[in-house]
Design a protein around this ligand. Structure first.
Ligand SMILES: Cc1ncc(COP(=O)(O)O)c(C=O)c1O
Length: 387
């Protein structure tokens, strides 16, 4: 991967190569798999101007969780504010007000206190009430933290109606990186029941259904294809919700996970306890944070393959902490200080979760359009030749 090496030499490391093509390709594919859904890309995993502009170019939508993200949207493409939903269920009163003043038209609430805050500072705001669908098996069981269960929803809606909140529908998040679409399908069915209940009891017809995130990223061959995952969701939406119902989603991970490559450099090495320890300038407190937060394991690929005998190796990050180890006890070609290594499919939330631990340099994003499939083929072929 001479090009990756050349970019690393030019910009220094640690860096993330961001492929706008790859990002756009996945976003457009979810648009085609669920054509009637307005997909609000959740900025959380990759809050960058490039992503916002790419979504804008696809006539897409955004989901924000903070005023910081709103500021980013405004600076990247102010026209996108009108296509942005503020989905964090708990917000400071000042943030609700700032969002309203800056053009946010819809936000999420899930409790009485939040509804009171919204009515106090932004009474015109459209509100989506978040419903909980607990799911122990999801990579992040978000309904444990947010959302009203069925019984609370009925009281919550009655209260919202009484105080005149402009509730336009419901949202949910069944959990991140779902392996099967069943939870989405069941939640959509449950929402149909809830929407009927609201109509029967209050004569109100909801206009929007927000089916959240949770779509799977393709980390490994075992992860379900997005197209297969979306099919039953499309069917149940068509079965239960008439065309006038505005359907939204908030995909984050599935769009962001595979559009970047991490590039790091060997900065030190020592032979210790019968293995070679390599120290890199990026690690689990940096771009490889998914190891800590999400149980993701990474591969490291050399920019140049060698035919030398592999040796038992450990790859550690740059901090002083003992847990900062990316790969332990693997057979690997010998490397020198200054060599570059890269990782593909590095996941969605690593870059956003990276820290400044030890005040070490954080990875920077460098735009570079790559073809993921071609890189994977190259890696596979190179490994076969050496095997
Ligand atoms: C409210 C909300 N929407 C969307 C997302 C994105 O979810 P995912 O990355 O599973 O697509 C999250 C993730 O935490 C979230 O909390």
């Amino acid at each position: 991967m001479e090009t990756i090496k050349a970019i690393a030499e030019q910009h220094g490391t640690p860096i993330i190569l961001f492929s706008e093509n790859e990002f756009t390709r996945v976003y457009k594919s979810i648009q085609s798999y669920l054509p009637r859904v307005k997909h609000h890309f959740a900025l959380k995993p990759l809050p960058t101007k490039e992503c916002i502009q790419a979504i804008s170019a696809c006539d897409g939508y955004l989901d924000i969780a903070s005023i910081g993200e709103l500021e980013l949207v405004k600076s990247a493409d102010p026209s996108m504010v009108a296509r942005t939903v503020y989905t964090h269920p708990i917000k400071k009163e000042a943030d609700i007000e700032t969002a309203a003043l800056n053009g946010i038209k819809t936000m999420v609430a899930e409790n009485f206190t939040e509804l009171r805050k919204i009515m106090k500072v932004a009474p015109e705001m459209n509100v989506l009430l978040r419903i909980a669908f607990p799911n122990e098996e999801a990579r992040c069981n978000l309904s444990e933290r947010y959302g009203a269960d069925e019984e609370r929803f009925e009281r919550l809606y009655a209260f919202a109606h009484k105080i005149g909140a402009n509730v336009i529908g419901c949202s949910f998040h069944v959990g991140s990186q779902m392996q099967q679409p069943n939870e989405h399908v069941n939640a959509i069915r449950e929402c149909r029941r809830i929407y009927n209940w609201v109509y029967e009891n209050f004569g109100v017809k909801f206009k929007v259904l927000d089916i959240g995130g949770g779509f799977p990223a393709k980390y490994t061959k075992d992860d379900m294809d997005l197209e297969d995952f979306c099919e039953p969701i499309r069917e149940v939406l068509d079965e239960l919700f008439e065309d006038e119902m505005d359907i939204w989603s908030e995909p984050g991970r599935s769009i962001a996970a595979n559009c970047h490559i991490a590039v790091t450099q060997v900065i030190g090495k020592v032979w210790k306890n019968n293995r070679m320890w390599y120290y890199l300038d990026d690690g689990v407190y940096g771009t490889y944070a998914g190891m800590m937060y999400e149980d993701i394991s990474y591969e490291l690929h050399p920019t140049k393959y060698s035919e030398e005998e592999p040796i038992l190796s450990v790859f550690a990050g740059p901090t002083c902490d003992s847990i900062d180890v990316i790969l332990k006890n693997v057979m690997y070609q010998p490397l020198e200080v200054g060599d570059y290594l890269y990782s593909i499919r590095i996941g969605a939330y690593g870059w956003a979760s990276r820290t400044q631990f030890n005040l070490l340099a954080e990875s920077r994003i460098i735009p570079y359009d790559f073809d993921l499939v071609a890189i994977e083929e190259f890696i596979e072929e190179s490994q076969l030749v050496l095997a």
